[in-house]
Design a protein around this ligand. Structure first.
Ligand code: SAM
Length: 178
């Protein structure tokens, strides 16, 4: 979030044509819940959707597409969290991760299919949001909320064309005056 070290999500690649929607949702969840940037492996259509939402509802939020996760992890200057059901319990490591993130950028790696062992090895923390199998979108959402301790819910949006006005019932969306 603005004024804090960068938080970047790296979504590992999925088989072409599969999991495209999950990849889009990883990107959108990162945007909504306080991350600054998402890096996707080999998927232009998810990038287009995430950029379209950012254009309409605001940012700042960047989307980058790369052909391999390896250089991203190798060259990352900061700490690395890998979300995995096999990892340490988020409630046991979140304070250490928050302390590290107060000084250094954080790369959050989420998988798709089988995650190569090199990712587990490169991570400063392998973190489980429960040690049960579920979804990268759910894991990312809970992790970001723990990282930011709820501050992300009050995130300010810059450059939005539209704003949702919260309603008890019904839908209200207003244009934003520049
Ligand atoms: N079977 C795959 C593997 O060997 O890693 C995992 C598939 S899972 C559907 C896809 C991704 O969701 C994982 O790579 C992980 O990032 C995330 N995920 C699933 N369950 C999780 C959990 N309990 N805690 C944190 N992340 C989780």
């Amino acid at each position: 979030m603005q004024g804090e070290p960068e938080v970047v999500i790296l979504r590992l690649g999925h088989r072409p044509g599969r999991d495209e929607r999950m990849t889009t949702h990883v990107g959108l969840t990162g945007r909504a819940l306080g991350a600054d940037r998402v890096i996707l492996v080999d998927t232009e259509s998810s990038k287009d959707t995430i950029e379209d939402i950012t254009g309409r509802f605001g940012g700042p939020y960047e989307v980058e597409v790369v052909s391999s996760h390896r250089p991203v992890i190798r060259d990352w200057e900061g700490k690395i969290v890998h979300l995995t059901m096999y990892g340490e319990r988020v409630q046991d490591v979140e304070a250490d991760i928050r302390a590290a993130h107060s000084e250094d950028p954080l790369l959050i790696v989420v998988g798709a299919e089988k995650v190569p062992f090199e990712v587990y090895d490169a991570a400063d923390w392998n973190v489980g949001v429960t040690n049960q199998p579920h979804s990268e979108v759910a894991g990312l959402a809970v992790f970001l909320d723990r990282l930011f301790e709820g501050r992300e819910l009050d995130r300010e949006w810059v450059g939005a064309k539209k704003r949702v006005i919260p309603q008890k019932t019904g839908k209200r969306v207003e244009p934003v005056d520049e």
